[in-house]
Design a protein around this ligand. Structure first.
Ligand code: SAM
Ligand code: SF4
Length: 331
């Protein structure tokens, strides 16, 4: 029997689902949130069982990889049990998670035991004062301890994510690479995306991947690689350090839409076809209206995929075109 596949209107195969399990977070990163945030009322957020049902439905339709994200996924109560349920879905190749690391001292091992394969951990600075300024509430040492707990917990990989901003952490790029290299971790540098009004202009802090590459070049020799981990990062090897790679995620300077293989589910159950577009379908309404039959959900899903946009349209001046905050859509 032919394998079930989700194909969009342009023939791209969608086998990767990112699910935001909460819009809440214990941090308020300057690029992601405003200082004062109003979070969604709880009844508007998908329940854990609703998330598990949607995950199952997508996997039955050919999704091979699910990433749980947020907000901060580890502030959602019941997250470990949810991971266990999703990881056990037949046909799913891997369940992975993106986290800010603040809860990993206590949760790294339970997550690994529940079947989470890989973790991406955000780490924007190694300086406690700057780290606090970027995250507004975060404690660097808690996160560094969390990274160590994750390294011990037996994940297939632990990777680091850095959003680079001029005047905030661009000067630390080579030190962050040192940190990754000393631990044999991969590290990806992300260009800031204009999602939501965060109370400042984004253009002035914008640091392109090419600029980040030049900064790293002051200390390391990077060798381009064609490796692909199924995401938008372009990877480079680091001469003399075979255990680490440097990734560049460049939504502005290198458009990766033509190979896009993903869709996103927001915490309130909106299926987003593209991070750079507002159009979405309300899966929560369908889940609640049809508690026992999947047919209407499948019809909506396949119909929506036909309308997945060809590409995002972030302006190069960093202006906001998408009013959602990143925490609502889950990176
Ligand atoms: N709270 C978790 C974390 O910070 O890793 C998961 C959710 S967070 C929204 C997912 C990723 O999106 C993080 O790596 C974060 O740095 C990144 N991110 C958030 N806002 C961004 C923005 N405006 N531009 C680029 N990356 C952003
Ligand atoms: Fe929270 Fe992650 Fe957004 Fe930072 S990037 S505020 S940790 S959701």
């Amino acid at each position: 029997m032919a394998e079930t596949q989700l194909l969009d209107g342009l023939g791209r195969r969608v086998d990767y689902l990112r699910m935001s399990v909460t819009d809440r977070c214990d941090f308020r990163c300057v690029y992601c949130m405003a200082e004062e945030m109003t979070f969604l009322p709880r009844q508007q957020i998908l329940g854990l069982e609703e998330i598990a049902r949607l995950a199952k439905l997508f996997v039955e339709q050919g999704v091979k990889k699910i990433r749980l994200t947020g907000g901060e996924p580890l502030v959602r109560r019941g997250i470990v049990g949810l991971c266990q349920d999703i990881a056990a879905l037949p046909g799913l190749r891997e369940l992975v998670m993106t986290t800010n690391g603040s809860q990993l001292v206590k949760l790294a091992q339970p997550l690994a035991d529940a079947g989470v394969k890989r973790l991406n951990i955000s780490l924007d600075s190694l300086n406690p004062v700057k780290f606090r300024a970027i995250t507004r509430t975060g404690d660097l040492h808690q996160v560094l301890d969390g990274i160590e707990a994750a390294r011990r917990a037996g994940f297939a990989s632990v990777k680091l994510n850095v959003v680079v901003m001029k005047g905030r952490n661009a000067d630390e790029v080579p030190d962050l690479v040192d940190y990754a290299v000393q631990r044999g971790l991969d590290i990806s540098f992300i260009e800031e995306m204009p999602l939501g009004h965060v109370g400042r202009s984004r253009g002035e802090a914008f640091c392109s991947s090419d600029e980040v590459r030049t900064l790293i070049g002051q200390r390391y020799n990077l060798i381009d690689s064609t490796e692909n981990t199924g995401g938008p990062a372009r990877y480079a090897r680091i001469e003399g350090h075979p255990d680490s790679r440097v990734g560049f995620i460049s939504p502005h300077s290198h458009n990766f839409c033509s190979t896009c293989n993903r869709v996103r589910m927001t915490a309130e159950g909106r299926l987003l076809l593209c991070l750079g577009h507002e159009n979405s379908i309300d899966m929560r309404a369908l889940v609640r209206r049809h508690p026992t039959t999947d047919e209407p959900l499948l019809k909506a899903l396949h119909g929506a995929l036909q309308r997945k946009p060809a590409r995002h349209e972030f302006a190069s001046n960093g202006d906001v075109q998408v009013l959602r905050f990143m925490n609502a859509s889950g990176g």
